[in-house]
Write a protein of this length. Structure first.
Length: 60
């Protein structure tokens, strides 16, 4: 069983990967910095959730 992500996390990650796809890699630490730079997420917890999902999308 996997983690369940909210619609906000999925939508935000997909939008960021569509717009800044060349910036995202399979490295979670790098993706955290990219999410922090290009989004208006206010909490570290939410940033990490979005970066994790973006990493998953980038690996596909």
């Amino acid at each position: 069983m996997g983690n369940i992500r909210t619609t906000f996390v999925k939508r935000t990650a997909k939008e960021l990967v569509e717009i800044y796809g060349d910036k995202f890699t399979d490295d979670f630490e790098n993706n955290k910095k990219v999410v922090e730079e290009y989004s208006t997420v206010s909490t570290k917890h939410l940033r990490n959730k979005i970066a994790g999902y973006a990493t998953k999308i980038a690996n596909q």
